[in-house]
Design a protein around this ligand. Structure first.
Ligand code: NAP
Ligand code: G4F
Length: 338
């Protein structure tokens, strides 16, 4: 049985990747950080109980290299998926140093833990289309230069290049997936797509009267997270490590997302969406659109979910969530030895 270690297992992608790896027969180890509540494990509540009980959770932190060394030494994973990050772009302007410590140096901590272990590990780095920032050309591919526009983007560029450097310097099997925005009903509530789908549900159920957003003219290439974790796994099944753009190739404005989400629930976004300067960023990434030709040709990967289905899935899920009193059941996980 193969063992995979996932940092960021309690995040959106961590929950989908766990499901995928368990379905493929892996033993899955997940790193969770100490929190004063168990709420951060809410996304794992989406998993089937049979899947959940196969996942082993261990306390650790991206900023605590000793915890990473100990977990890798103990479980000897053959694949490590580095998904943990302070992943919110706007918040990275409020917490730039913390973001660089977790998202940037944290990646180096994981790479060092693997290198020191001497184990033969295949490593996946969660790189981001935010690295392209002020884009040099459209669509963006693996050759597009990086021009990050936020402390988050800069930290991801560091994490990306240190991953490439360890591949070249030490011959490690390291691959970077440069993923464009991917969303789902499990997306964090302060990312724009989920903020909109939840806002639509609350307005529909008369719990809210309006939805306040920032820049609704920015464009993103949005896909479904469930499709994108398959690309992560495929990268680590290749004989040679490499870097791949993962995207749909289609972009929409935030305004388009609002239009589709409100109309899915029988409403007109113009009646409810208000602009609020609170949500604008000091420097913005105006437009992203990816070219995933390399992933299609070398990995045989392509997205299965289009924009309209994604929006409908998120709105339907949030309508059910709101009607169910926003309830997350306790995950029932027990952390080993604690
Ligand atoms: P997410 O939902 O924000 O999840 C982030 C995960 O990192 C959570 O499990 C979080 O734990 C964990 N984490 C944060 N700080 C940590 C620390 N100091 N030590 C250990 N764990 C820590 O992110 P996502 O959307 O699943 O994205 C997964 C990865 O892909 C991230 O690296 C993100 O930057 C990158 N990415 C995402 C997208 C996208 O569109 N979703 C696109 C490109 C790249 P808690 O639950 O305790 O907070
Ligand atoms: O949903 P967002 O916060 O995602 P953003 O900034 O594109 O970052 C996400 O995707 C990256 C991949 O490119 C990941 F690496 C990163 O970790 C994260 O998952 O914002 C999308 C757009 C932005 O242009 C933002 O200015 O929506 C705009 N927006 C408008 N109003 C808003 C809001 N964003 C948020 N979060 N909240 C608003 O009220």
């Amino acid at each position: 049985m193969k063992t995979a270690l996932i940092t960021g297992i309690t995040g959106q992608d961590g929950s989908y990747l766990s499901e995928l790896l368990i379905s493929k027969g892996y033993r899955v180890i997940g790193i969770v950080r100490r929190s004063s509540s168990v709420d951060s494990r809410g996304r794992l509540d989406h998993l089937d109980p049979d899947v959940r009980k196969k996942i082993i959770l261990q306390y650790g932190d991206m900023t605590d290299a000793s915890s990473l060394v100990a977990i890798i030494k103990r479980f000897e994973p053959s694949e490590v998926y580095n998904l943990a990050a302070q992943s919110h772009v706007k918040i990275s302007f409020d917490q730039p140093i913390y973001t660089s410590e977790v998202t940037g140096v944290g990646t180096l901590n994981v790479l060092e833990a693997i290198r020191i272990s001497g184990l033969n590990v295949r490593f996946y780095q969660a790189s981001s289309s935010e690295q392209f920032g002020k884009v040099a050309h459209t669509p963006q591919n693996e050759s597009t230069p990086f021009y990050p526009r936020s402390p988050y983007g800069v930290s991801k560029v560091f994490a990306h290049w240190i991953t490439v450097n360890y591949r070249e310097a030490y011959g490690m099997h390291n691959s970077c997936g440069i993923l464009f925005n991917h969303e789902s009903p499990r997306r964090g509530e302060n990312f724009v797509t989920r903020k909109i789908s939840l806002g639509v549900a609350k307005i529909k159920e008369e719990m809210d009267a309006e939805l306040r957003l920032g820049n609704i003219d920015s464009q993103r290439d949005w896909g479904f997270a469930g499709d994108y974790v398959e690309a992560m796994w495929l990268m680590l099944q290749q004989e040679k490590p490499d870097d791949y753009v993962v995207a749909t190739g289609v972009s929409h404005t935030v305004r388009d997302f609002c239009e589709a989400a409100f109309s899915h629930a029988g409403m007109d976004y113009k009646d409810y969406v208000k602009t609020d300067s609170e949500y604008f960023r000091p420097s913005e990434v105006d437009a992203l659109r990816g070219d995933a030709a390399k992933a299609r040709e070398k990995l045989g990967w392509k997205p299965k979910t289009d924009f309209k289905s994604l929006v409908g899935m998120m709105v339907d899920s949030d309508l059910a969530f709101v009607r169910n009193n926003f309830s997350y059941k306790h995950s029932g996980f027990r952390l080993s030895r604690r």
